[in-house]
Design a protein. Structure first.
Length: 146
């Protein structure tokens, strides 16, 4: 599932998602399943459109489930797959396109933990690199106004 998807994502987002998977002790595929399941259970503005369409139309649009989408949703819980199919239908895009957009967005929304992981990765690649992690954390929090 995820190897194809991650490789189809923009490299910066893919790197972040791989790093998160490694930090969680999960394979990339397992991490993406968990992340997508959480994302499906997180209410977003598009859910209001989905609710409206299902309340007002006898047969609201659902997304086209292409072969890439089948591979993506295969291991997701049924309710998560249904949520994504409805959201993609409301957005008017194929399911695989919608999921790739969501994963790209997820990889671009970095956290302070992502910053720390990236600096630790740099230190692992170059042990001579001396980084004051407390200063990095403080700077990241300052930059994010946290």
């Amino acid at each position: 599932m995820s190897t194809i998807v991650i490789e189809d994502l923009p490299e910066p987002a893919a790197r972040v998602l791989r790093r998160r998977a490694q930090a969680a002790g999960l394979s990339a595929a397992a991490y993406l399943r968990v992340a997508l399941a959480e994302l499906a259970n997180t209410r977003i503005p598009l859910d209001d459109v989905v609710a409206f369409l299902h309340a007002e139309l006898p047969n609201p649009a659902v997304a086209e489930i292409d072969s890439d989408a089948t591979a993506l949703i295969h291991d997701l819980p049924e309710d998560a797959a249904r949520t994504f199919t409805r959201r993609a239908g409301a957005a008017g895009v194929p399911l695989s396109t919608y999921l790739r957009q969501e994963l790209t967005t997820l990889g671009r929304r970095t956290t302070i933990d992502d910053v720390i992981l990236e600096f630790r990765e740099a230190q692992d690649h170059d042990p001579n690199l001396l980084v004051d992690m407390d200063a990095v954390i403080a700077a990241a929090r300052y930059a994010r106004a946290e």
